[in-house]
Design a binder for this molecule. Structure first.
Ligand SMILES: Cc1ncc(COP(=O)(O)O)c(C=O)c1O
Length: 417
């Protein structure tokens, strides 16, 4: 296509994150110095009094899936340029950004798309709503593999569809789908399947074979498959995300991918998601939904998305190393608390911790973590069936803050030692 590929993306995939190979070196990025985030309209910080009922600023926020890190320099630069221009009207002609997105997906994830497949939504969950509105009606079933990210439940219910849970099985310490059980339980009103890939809260990357089997299942039962790949860029070094469309090329006529730069680059306040549908019929139907909603892209979110994918690959690679190190320390220490088990993960920064071995009820686990450890974490019960007895902790924070959280957790459960 003769498109110019951004310099930052030419790094060979095999060495990404494994060494300070970037021309600038990893040391340029500081994830260690805490930022002051109280009173900045950070949902993760400033919603704590409302959600957790405490004004105590000693509480460590480990709930909302944002990182406590400043964005990559190129992203701040891109916003500065928008502000300097001073024109903030409606946004049109996404094609240069479509190409940047296509290059990123190809170079980072080995997924070749046509840039014309890309649509911009007001965040991934808004795009999820667009797909549900297009491919289901009130009363239809929408399948989720539980436990899973809680906003899917709320959106499905708010739109009057029925949540159909397919329970993930725990096999050798990791989650697996049970398509035989799901097939046997289908009632015929199910229209859409939602897969979270990589998985939130389990942190695992689904294998190509698992993805292919799921796509085949969807074809056999005439279901639309939504693959939420928002965490695609947050894999630990040595692990590669598997795009569902790459794993299941024979079924791309029923797959809609929802993704974003927002998780990998910490841009969630930019409320910009990417909806990618290889099938023309799907794109036409979704375009009508988007048009009916009079929805046009967020200028600032698009500027940030572009700067992330075009020029911030080295920042991301430094981050992936930092997050993997955080997780290793966390798993060693927290996993050593009697009765507590930390699920192994391949990526994301959301650690799924099983407290069932302590014999405590959910209320006591929650109370010890909030009141004794002074940590605001996400209760597992938010993530549907299978979440009871668990808590989800966000590890995207400076190492010293995480160490304090670990020490407080050890103390809060010290009677179990
Ligand atoms: C799997 C998954 N999908 C979607 C979202 C939310 O995306 P957005 O804020 O773009 O709607 C999150 C946020 O944590 C998530 O983990």
């Amino acid at each position: 296509m003769g498109r110019k590929r951004p310099e930052a993306l030419r790094l060979p995939h095999a060495v990404i994150g494994s060494a300070p190979h970037s021309p600038r070196g990893f040391m340029d990025f500081d994830f260690d110095t805490p930022l002051e985030l109280w009173d900045t309209h950070s949902s993760k910080f400033d919603s704590i009094p409302r959600v957790f009922g405490t004004d105590d600023r000693d509480v460590i926020p480990m709930w909302v899936a944002d990182m406590d890190f400043a964005a990559a320099p190129a992203i701040k630069e891109a916003l500065r340029a928008e502000i300097e221009r001073g024109y903030f009207g409606y946004y049109a002609n996404t094609s240069p950004v479509d190409m940047v997105v296509a290059d990123w997906l190809k170079d980072r994830h080995g997924w070749e798309i046509d840039p014309s497949w890309v649509r911009y939504t007001h965040g991934v969950i808004s795009g999820f709503g667009d797909v549900l509105a297009t491919y289901s009606k009130p009363g239809d079933g929408v399948i989720l593999f539980a436990p899973v990210y809680h906003a899917f439940y709320r959106q499905i219910e708010a739109m009057g569809r029925e949540v159909v849970e397919s329970l993930l099985k725990l096999v050798n310490g990791r989650y697996e789908m049970d398509l035989d059980a799901l097939g046997a339980a289908l009632k015929g009103h199910e229209k859409v399947v939602v897969l979270c890939s990589p998985h939130n809260p389990g942190g695992r990357i689904w294998s190509a074979e698992e993805l292919r089997q799921l796509a085949e299942f969807c074809a056999a039962h005439d279901l639309i498959l939504i693959s939420d790949e928002i965490h695609m860029d947050l894999t630990f070094p040595g692990h590669a995300h598997v795009p569902t469309c790459v794993a299941a090329p024979d079924h791309i006529d029923r797959i809609v991918v929802l993704t974003a730069a927002s998780k990998g680059f910490n841009l969630a306040g930019g409320e910009t998601g990417l909806l990618i549908a290889p099938d023309k019929g799907i794109r036409t139907a979704i375009d009508k939904t988007i048009l009916d909603r009079e929805s046009s892209p967020n200028r600032f979110g698009i500027a940030m998305t572009r700067a992330a994918f075009e020029s911030s690959g080295d920042w991301l690679d430094a981050l992936r190393v930092y997050l993997a190190e955080n997780f290793d320390i966390w798993k060693d220490r927290v996993g050593a608390i009697p009765g507590v088990s930390v699920m192994d993960m391949h990526g994301t920064y959301l650690s799924w911790v099983d407290f069932t071995g302590t014999g405590m009820e959910d209320a006591e686990i929650k109370a010890r973590i909030l009141n004794d450890a002074k940590i605001a974490a996400s209760p597992g019960t938010q993530f549907g069936t299978g979440g009871s007895g668990h808590m989800r902790f966000n590890l995207a924070l400076p190492r010293a803050t995480m160490m304090t959280a670990i020490e407080r957790l050890e103390a809060a459960f010290s009677d179990l030692q």
